[in-house]
Write a protein that binds this ligand. Structure first.
Ligand code: TXA
Ligand code: MG
Length: 341
């Protein structure tokens, strides 16, 4: 299918019972080598047929993704895992039994049937089974896996609504299946099973504690090692156009000091806060107040960064969250959003 410039087709589907008509149309696009964005429980993904290297190349082009950053294969049945990986170590099996479908991605040794373009030439492949009826129906109809990077332009916050996907990728992909906002709002947790003990490469929607309860201690990967083993960490990520500055949780003085100073510098200052910091600002469209409850906070974080970008904030002051449970993944994303380009 040639690179397209027509408007992307958006089909509304029910998240619980996607209609067979929409799924058939989307599958026809995939069979023809096209790209379909789809919701998952974490964020929206950009789907192409895993066994069609030309279609997978178009995903890298549409996202502007560096070619050294491999993709996650999304599957709907365990046989599809056996088809693409050499071996499933017993602890990996335990995790799939417990958490699939769900926000967990496993890195395993791949079989040669997986095209090089999918794995960026690595001898491993990332696999997950999403807990969402739309991609499950799509994969079942296609009858094999689809690659699914987050459906954003590379480097920007991941999309949690179909509107986010449209604003990044309209005209660059064929179709978006719109099933409303995603539930978790952060990407899956990535665990590498090619080392013992297994290594946590990306914290995400499943917490480290949840995983360790089932298979015991995970290795913490040092930064230099992570750069080698987890290509996604090499590139700038989750960043809105505005400069992001992190404010210590509950530090009213720091918040007010920066808020005033940037105002005096004639900067448009946005903020994302969730606690008593609220006392220091007048509610406005530039001030996003999120619930402190971490699941709610996570669900709305990326959308809040995008919203402040859309009203052209120059600076976004973001109040940090306690680094426990899902807060670990939130802080990973916030630190990376705050990195200098
Ligand atoms: O929740 C998610 O995982 C979403 C939804 C759409 O499923 N997908 C997603 O994909 O976040 P992406 O491409 O944005 O992030 C995939 C991450 C990247 O950090 C990539 O480097 C890493 O997984 N990855 C993929 N294959 C790998 C491999 N063979 N070895 C190490 N890391 C790998
Ligand atoms: Mg991504």
């Amino acid at each position: 299918m040639p690179q397209q410039s027509k408007n992307t087709v958006v089909l509304k589907v029910s998240p619980d019972r996607p209609g067979p008509g929409a799924i058939r149309k989307a599958t026809a696009v995939l069979r023809a080598g096209g790209i379909v964005a789809f919701p998952t429980e974490t964020v929206y993904g950009l789907g192409a047929d895993v066994f069609n290297p030309d279609a997978v190349v178009r995903i890298f082009q549409a996202k502007g993704r560096p070619p050294d950053n491999p993709l996650i294969v999304h599957i709907a049945r365990i046989e599809q895992l056996n088809h693409i990986v050499k071996h499933i170590p017993p602890p990996a099996q335990k995790l799939t039994n417990t958490f699939w479908p769900g926000p967990l991605t496993l890195i395993l040794e791949r079989k040669s049937i997986v095209p090089d373009i999918v794995t960026a030439g690595l001898d491993t492949v990332a696999v997950r089974m999403p807990k969402h009826n739309v991609p499950m129906a799509l994969i079942n109809e296609l009858s094999h896996g689809i690659v699914g990077p987050s459906a954003n332009t590379s480097g920007r916050p991941s999309p949690t609504t179909a509107e986010h996907v449209y604003s990044d990728l309209n005209g660059r992909i064929e179709m978006i299946l719109d099933a409303g906002p995603t539930k978790i709002g952060l990407e899956s947790t990535v665990i590498d099973f090619t080392t013992t003990p297994p290594a946590l490469l990306r914290s995400g929607g499943l917490t480290r504690e949840q995983v360790e309860q089932v298979i015991g201690r995970l290795q913490t990967t040092k930064k230099e090692e992570l750069l080698k083993r987890s290509p996604g960490t090499r590139h700038r990520h989750y960043a809105p156009r505005a400069k992001v500055i992190l404010i210590e949780h509950g530090n009213v003085d720091q918040f007010q000091y920066l808020y005033k100073n940037y105002h005096q510098m004639k900067k448009k200052v946005g903020s994302i806060i969730h606690s008593k910091l609220l006392l220091g600002v007048k509610p406005s469209e530039l001030c996003v107040v999120l619930p402190s409850q971490i699941e709610e906070y996570s669900r709305h974080l990326f959308a809040s960064l995008r919203k402040l970008d859309s009203i052209s904030a120059d600076i976004i002051l973001v109040e940090t969250v306690p680094e426990i449970g899902l807060g670990v993944a939130v802080m990973d994303r916030l630190r990376r959003a705050a990195e200098e380009p």
